[in-house]
Design a protein around this ligand. Sequence first.
Ligand code: EPU
Length: 416
Amino acid sequence: MEKFLIHGGRPLHGRIAVSGAKNAALPAMAAALLTGEPVRLENVPRVRDIRTMARLLGTIGAEVDAAGGRHTIRCGEIRSPEAPYELVKTMRASSLVLGPLVARAGRARVSLPGGCAIGARPINLHLQGLEKLGARIRQEHGYIEAEAPNGLRGGEVRFERITVTGTEDLLMAAVLAEGDTVLENAAREPEVADLAALLVRMGARIEGAGTGTIRVHGVARLAGATHAIIPDRIEAGTFLLAGAITGGELAITGARADHLAALIDRLREAGAEIKVGEDIEVHGAGRLASVDVTTEEFPGFATDLQAQWMALMTQAHGASTITETIFENRFMHALELARMGADIVIEGRQAVVRGKTPLSGAGVIASDLRASASLVLAGLVAADETVVDRVYHIDRGYEKIEEKLSAVGARIRRVG
Ligand code: EPU
């Protein structure tokens, strides 16, 4: 299994370019199932989850041509409207094909995802929404079978709680449904708005994407389109934190500050200097102050940056609390950070971090994508060598992170 070897203690200096957003590219790829015409996506990150989605689309019947960050996806015919367990168990976002398959083919068979390292993560809200649009749902042999032989019809869906991929799934189902659909308590994440922008280019009629109420007027068919994926705000945020934790100076290019406002505010409170211009520049403070954060849906502080923030707080002076409200089990990294010398106490959904503690390099194990990013950040300031095991987690969502960090002065390499 591949590992990262990191020698900490060097401030990072230079420019890092951000890749396209994994969590925007995944639904965009699924949206290509809604038409027989080619959908061209640009700025698609070269990460493992994208390759998994390409494989899934291939088993369904699409041709996927990937050249660098450009993907051309053409699904002339749905051969098999199914997401098999083998793929869903490696990537929960596979459930994003559910909405498009029912909308286009009138049926879908999608494996239930099973357990997850960060929480239960059921898809009941996707299913309840599809039922509201007239789909019949059954569960059998670990699979969800959804059917709408006469097509979906518009309806009102009020999500009990905010779900990002649930909103995306329903949006993709509603664009081809007959009549009007209203999605209430919809996710406001930029990735939802980006999906809607692609769907509109394909001919869909959508209003309000990016707000809590999305209105869709169903159309009979969609066409091909070309669309560039938004920059990855979580990757950008991780690099801002890398600059701050090492006390370095980094310019992040290609990121959108309006997608990172909550993180930028907290970083400034902690004492880091952030300049927003064409690039987002971070100048690490000599002395970091402790700042409390609570994860929330967008525009709040992203749960996908919580683990990386915890690494930063181990280097801040004083006690800070980190409250995780989105997932019930997303503190696995705390135990690994503690092995490196951090003082972290977990009580339910809250972690209390007391700093500043010197970190010392240790062997640590990545438990999920963002947890592994937090261990890399800790490794960048730890004394001596940190070995981060199971880096396949980080490869799911960060494009060549070790190369990007090495280019700005980090001593990090991948070993087989
Ligand atoms: N939930 C339900 N029922 C549902 C759907 C969600 O109870 O049917 C619960 C979840 O268990 C969770 C909460 O609602 O407690 C929010 O989950 P959400 O559905 O919003 O998460 P997701 O759509 O599965 C996406 C991202 C995650 C990110 C979350 C929250 C993608 C492909 N994934 O997941 O990204 O953490 O939104 O912002 O967009 C990552 O990139 O590392 C990652 C985990």
